[in-house]
Each structure stands twice: as structure tokens, then as C-alpha cells.
Design a protein around this ligand. Structure first.
Ligand SMILES: [Zn+2]
Ligand SMILES: [Zn+2]
Length: 130
């Protein structure tokens, strides 16, 4: 088996890659079966035809993070929207909480959208799981 993050050979039973420390199945840069690079969001490897399991993030987790920690942009960090996440974090921190209402409402609205939009995806365009 190959690490899906760094493409190096790892033990078939490994849970975390010994080379890069990334949890197996969390990224899909390399094919687990042949070690070749994969096309983003492809469901089978173009080199060996092995099915690629996309690591899908949880809609519920993202939504709840938006509700409770939205003012810190945690839900956007979770989904990989780092630009938006940093903006929300900075609004809260740089205003010493003065404008945290803005990022709280922003995060809350995004949490609702994530939970209600069946086509919600993460930053890589991978659909969320229910
Ligand atoms: Zn690795
Ligand atoms: Zn392959």
C-alpha cells in the first residue's frame, strides 16, 4: 500500500503514514494501490483502475462548528476555506471581540447553509457526508 499523501510505500495495516504522519485516507494525492498521482476528485485511479475513496468531511460537524465556533472561522478551517476562516478569525481577534458579532452571525449563517445545502462541498469540491 502507498501513502495517499506522500506516495511512499507503507505497511498495509498502517493507520498513520510513518513518512509524513498523515492519517491514511485523509487526502487523495496518490493512489493507495499503485502510488501514482491521482486526478483531484477522481473516483478511480487512471493508472491501475483501483477505486479511490474520497475522504469526505462531515456536514454535521462543519455546521455545528459554524454555530458554536463560527466567530473564529473554525468551520472554514475544517472545510479548507482558509482565506475565509482567517478573515473571520481576524475580525474577532483584531477588534478584541468588538466586532465578533459580525463573524458570529457570518459563521452561523454559513453553518445553516452547510446543513441545508445538499450540494455543499469542502474547499476541494468534495461533497460532504450526511
Ligand atoms: Zn505519507
Ligand atoms: Zn493506482
Amino acid at each position: 500500500m502507498y501513502c495517499t499523501n506522500c506516495g511512499r510505500q507503507i505497511d498495509p495495516n498502517a493507520v498513520i503514514c510513518v513518512h509524513c504522519g498523515v492519517r491514511c485516507g485523509q487526502v487523495n494525492t496518490y493512489c493507495k494501490n499503485c502510488g501514482g498521482t491521482t486526478i483531484p476528485n477522481a473516483t478511480i485511479c487512471v493508472r491501475c483502475g483501483a477505486p479511490i475513496q474520497l475522504y469526505r468531511k462531515s456536514r454535521l460537524t462543519a455546521g455545528l462548528l459554524g454555530f458554536f465556533l463560527g466567530c473564529f472561522g473554525v468551520h472554514n478551517f475544517y472545510l479548507g476555506y482558509n482565506g475565509k476562516a482567517i478573515a473571520q478569525l481576524l475580525i474577532t481577534l483584531l477588534s478584541f471581540g468588538l466586532f465578533s458579532g459580525i463573524s458570529t452571525v457570518w459563521g452561523f449563517v454559513e453553518g445553516v447553509l452547510i446543513l441545508t445545502n445538499p450540494n455543499a462541498t469542502d474547499a476541494k469540491g468534495v461533497p460532504l457526508t450526511d
